[in-house]
Write a protein that binds this ligand. Sequence first.
Ligand SMILES: *Cc1c(COP(=O)(O)O)cnc(C)c1O
Length: 382
Amino acid sequence: MQDPISFIDLAAQQRRIRDRIDARLARIMDTGAYILGPDVKELEAALSDYAGLAHTLGCASGTDALMLPLMAWQIGPGDAVFVPSFTFAATAEVVALVGASPVFVDVLPDTFNMDPESLDRAILQIRDAGKLTPKAIIAVDLFGQIADYPSIRAIADTYGLKLISDAAQGFGSTLNGEQAGRFADVVATSFYPAKPLGCYGDGGAVQTDDAELDAIMRSLHVHGQGTDRYDNVRIGITGRLDTFQAAVLLEKLPLFDEEIAARQRVAEIYEKGLRDLVITPEIMDGAVSTYAQYTIRIRGGRRAQFMARMRDAGVPTVIYYGKPLHKQTAYLSYPVESGALPVCDALCEEVVSLPMHPYLERDTQQRIIDAARAALDDARAA
Ligand SMILES: *Cc1c(COP(=O)(O)O)cnc(C)c1O
């Protein structure tokens, strides 16, 4: 019997830092600093340093991190926020939660990220329709690859829109050495355990160079507090990052760059082993992906059979995402660029993600590649 293969292996990383995490958690229990303890401040400073941005606010989740800038800018009913449809629901959910309207935009077939031309058309369509006011764009760094920020920033500037980076999957990814914060007004990330930089529960962060925006978001994340804890100057939320999670992240952050490098090696091996049979991920020139997922495309309706064969061979595979957001029940009433998003629709039929994490060993990965090649042969013969 061969060892089972995990889709993501969090245990290998934990073995490297377990003692240090234990010590930090013990210190929190000794001092009782459960809410906004010193680890949160320390982490915020470390993350600002990592991203090269002036301000970082720890949040209870990536979803809160995405929602806080919308709240701070008072985006709400009658406003339009442009989002890709091929993403996790939270990207559009936060827009609806503040009462604004998500407007769904298509993605590029090679990078899976927001298509700047579709974005431009969507903005013009909304402007011409005259019912909603364009306010902001949320670009997603899907599967770890940074979005095409130079193009998207130019569009944001043309129409005077705010730009949020949903870096839940792509925190740490770069384009010509620069992270999303170089282009976006705000970067929101998630520390959900399965993300490239994950904690041991829920967590997130929102980062910006804008001191005033940071101050408003900081207030919003503790019930809109003013100068005094019981002086509420705006309607807010309970959006704090848990001190225990900050402690875990402080021990994980020093490993992060090394892990991103390890993910590149895993991706290269997949690329060499599979590119003649399937469509492997396309990375933009000058970009470094954090490979939150390693997602291939299988055409011709062979995906289900491929996944069944992989399961038989003991290899887990997952579909991210099987249905675009604009076709999900909760989002059916919101505008869609030109009424249809053909690339999002096609990708949802074709994508499948393979096991990917920085601790994937060479021989285990070879088993996955061998299984995939056999599964593709079977699927082709059928
Ligand atoms: C995970 C994720 C989020 C939300 O993060 P949570 O921490 O789970 O709230 C938002 N956007 C994208 C693209 C994600 O993958």
